[in-house]
Design a protein around this ligand. Sequence first.
Ligand SMILES: [Zn+2]
Length: 266
Amino acid sequence: MKISHLEKDKKTGRVSFLIEESSPMFVNVLRRIMISEVPTMAIEDVEIRKNNSILYDEMLAHRLGLIPLKTDLKTYDMTSECKCNGEGCAKCTLKLTMKVTARSDQVITAEELKSKDPKVVPVHDEMPVVKLLKGQNIELEATARLGKGKEHMKWSPGHVFYKYMPVVEIIRQPKDAEEFARVCPQKIFDAKNGKLVVNKDKLMNCHLCGACVDLDPGAIKLNESNADFVFYIEPWGQLTVKQMVSEAFDIFDKKLDEFAEKVEKA
Ligand SMILES: [Zn+2]
């Protein structure tokens, strides 16, 4: 298997890789572990002391739960695996508080959520939580803990997906190469001196729409590779891409060890 880095989108933080000589099973295992087993921090319990905003307590708590929190995996343990036997202690939970009174009509954002741990804070301070009218107030204490995406998507560290590498073959030269270059929505063809060629740099943009095949049946053969994949990781911000990948491999390793142990005992 060969893995190479393709690009990083500065706006979304999305990173793409080319994984070659692998299998659909392997890349899908990586994807599933990343989105559903790599833990992150999120608010799970909220004790609301005051809330006379337009939102019900339940809605407010729900919105707080969906705020991505920067996650420190070294300091915290999963509550279920913690020495406190799931009761919640400083090693597995974190308190955050919010106490605001609106001086004028205003939008309360995640910035007002004060964390006891400077390493675990909202990823986006500007995320709106609730609108308050002048004089309305909110006072609450929230408890965040580590969790996994398979329990609730709020704990998922990002969006991970892949596509099969497109394989485009020119079987015979078409009469009008320029028409082919024009009809492809992803512009993967170039017409060089009337000759149709595949632009290797843009090949990965191909989404196998088949517009070229329809234009002149038999001229182009479109296929998807069963061994090469373009793999995308778009983090929500709780963890970096590097943390997501290394954590996923650790989890995968552990699963394989457990499996090997069970096979030995069988
Ligand atoms: Zn604990």
